[in-house]
Ligand binder design. Structure first.
Ligand code: NAD
Length: 297
């Protein structure tokens, strides 16, 4: 049975580790939170007292952590996991971080003869629990191939975008586009409603016309149009505005480095900053409809 060390069992990592157990992997979990570790044990993982202990001799290390500083801290500067790791181990970092963080981890791994990929995900907590995440990977073809069995146990769509850091770049491009088309969708729906249209009828028309897009058709932001989406439950659950802001920040940082022009992404970040600051930081990002639907009396 292949062995996996899983580091970071929060909202996303908890469900992902549980799916590895279900697929037959022998999973050892490590998290700074005792609550997260206890939930991981309930899902069938073993637990370790330290990250170094968790990775001893394992075939794979999977990490799902909040930031690039923490990811570099785990692998390179703080816990120094790469120094303690067997050379047959494959590192799969699923955290959303800057491409440079992933490139530094990959370079440090390669220098020690260890294969490593960045594999950030699309799909939220529900997809993590259901094992239907999309993985956008960066790393050598060999490292990507070696990671396949683990990725397949946690996801439905698995892509290699290019070399180290390319997975992170694909992720921020995707989420910047998502931010922009969500705002455009809210703006168009509210314009229709303000001019007497039923948002469900307008959604159906635009969905079959050139305005069709994922925000409109799969994640409709207007309350009452679609069941089972955050708009139908006062924007609770789903993808928090705070996380959208994190991804837009990474996108704008990358644009700064590459001197790319991202006027729509910049405006989207300003609008999401305003919306999050209006008490919506932890609510779903589709609630940005609120910026357009203020009382006009
Ligand atoms: P989370 O805060 O719920 O979980 C992070 C976990 O990491 C926590 O349990 C925390 O205790 C643990 N941790 C932090 N520092 C640690 C350390 N040094 N050693 C061990 N454990 C440590 O976050 P999340 O929502 O699961 O997000 C994780 C990553 O997934 C982030 O990079 C996020 O951007 C990305 N992501 C999240 C979503 C989502 O919908 N939540 C969607 C896509 C991608």
């Amino acid at each position: 049975m292949a062995t996996v060390a899983f580091i970071g069992l929060g909202n996303m990592g908890g469900g992902m580790a549980a799916n590895l157990v279900k697929a037959g992997f022998d999973v050892t979990a490590f998290d700074l939170s005792t609550v997260a570790l206890s939930a991981a044990r309930d899902a069938g993982c073993k637990s370790a007292a330290t990250a170094v202990q968790a990775i001893e001799g394992v075939d794979f290390v999977v990490s799902m952590l909040p930031s690039g500083r923490i990811v570099e801290g785990i692998y390179i500067d703080g816990d120094k996991l790469l120094d303690a790791m067997a050379t047959h181990t494959v590192v799969i970092d699923c955290s959303t971080v800057a491409a440079e963080n992933s490139q530094r981890v990959a370079a440090a791994a390669t220098a020690r003869g260890i294969r490593a990929i960045d594999a950030p995900v699309s799909g939220g907590v529900a997809a993590a629990a259901a094992g239907t995440l999309s993985f956008m990977c960066g790393g050598s073809e060999e490292a990507f191939a070696a990671a396949q069995p683990v990725l397949e146990a946690m996801g439905a769509n698995i892509f290699r975008a290019g070399d180290a850091g390319a997975g992170q770049t694909a992720k921020i491009c995707n989420n910047m586009l998502l931010a922009v088309h969500m705002i455009g969708t809210c703006e168009a729906l509210q314009l229709g409603v303000d001019n007497g249209l039923d948002p469900a009828v307008l959604s159906e028309i635009m969905g079959k016309s050139s305005g069709g897009n994922w925000s409109l058709e799969k994640y409709n932001p207007y309350p009452g149009v679609m069941d089972g989406v955050p708009a139908s439950r006062d924007y609770e659950g789903g993808f928090m505005n705070l996380l959208m802001l994190k991804d837009l920040g990474l996108a704008l940082d990358a644009a700064g480095l590459s001197q790319s022009s991202v006027p729509m992404g910049s405006l989207a970040r300003s609008l999401y900053t305003m919306h999050a600051g209006n008490g919506n930081a932890k609510k779903d990002f589709s609630g940005i409809l609120e910026l357009f639907s203020t009382d006009k009396e």
